[in-house]
Write a protein that binds this ligand. Sequence first.
Ligand code: SF4
Length: 352
Amino acid sequence: MIKSELQQNEDVRNLSYDELVKYCEGMGEKAFRATQILEWIYEKNAWSFDEMSNLSQPLREKLKQDLILQRNSIAQKQISEDGTTKFLFDLYDHEKVESVLIPTEKRTTACISTQAGCKFGCKFCASGIGGWKRNLTCAEIVTQVLHVKEEALKHKRPLTNIVFMGTGENFDNYDNLMKAIRIINSDKGINIGARHITISTVGVVPKIKELAQEGLQVELAISLHGYDNPSRNVLMPVNKKYPFDELIAACREYVRLTKRQITFEYILIKDVTCTENAVQALKKAFRGIICKMNLIPYNPVSEFDHKTPSKEEMLKFKNSLEASGIHATIRTPRGKDVNAACGQLRHKHLEK
Ligand code: SF4
């Protein structure tokens, strides 16, 4: 990307390695300068061009004129008793986005947002309540990862995993997401293995098909939350556009083309999704799909009237799935004391 092709106020984290090489060469600099700049940003966690001490002063000045590199401002930061740390970032236009650092015994995960607000309006999620505001840029996605990585390193924990499960429907911002993933995955970027990156979707069928063609070894998680059209319609308006059978067919095709396992996310709501009928329907639907299920106890949001099943009810549901040959785990809710479920911190902030 040469200088004249840059947007006004272009953030350097919007540029791929190839684009930065083109920019450097366009200014009469050698290509290796691009590598040095990216090393400062993604390996050494630099937040300004002034820190890049192996670049000449005139080059640093040119970079400062053409490109932006700065921290997000943090509107709120909450640390849970279990170490889960939640950030609410204030973007340049005062839109707010959430990111979460989730440390567990084996891994350190960043949960990242791709949109400010969300238009999909799932009936268990705080993110959709205020509606959709805008898509995040590639740089805004990557910068959340850099902040979470920095926080993790303060606790001497290298960042190992990324999950795109924050605010927004990821496939509604497909191009920026893919560019950000390539930067996160690249050895000239944040260098996190593709198999350690999970993209979650509510089931935007055309994009599931597109992802199958990308040749990326990322993990795909489908927010299923229903076992047929009527049960899915209760929670997920997107089911009207992409009905249950169409979604399951796209998943089957995805597994056939990529040979990769799919994770189905499934919220356990008392008397709605946590029933024996559901087990039988899921068993039939998943025939021929390599998959596992993540069972998520419903995390109450004041606007919705659903209830969390008892521990016994949840365990019975899981055992019943396992007996039907479907591998399932009940996820432990993390950071309950810091509103760590999707969109809750942002929603509480907007309410105020
Ligand atoms: S679950 Fe995801 S897609 Fe649904 S409203 Fe929340 S952020 Fe949007």
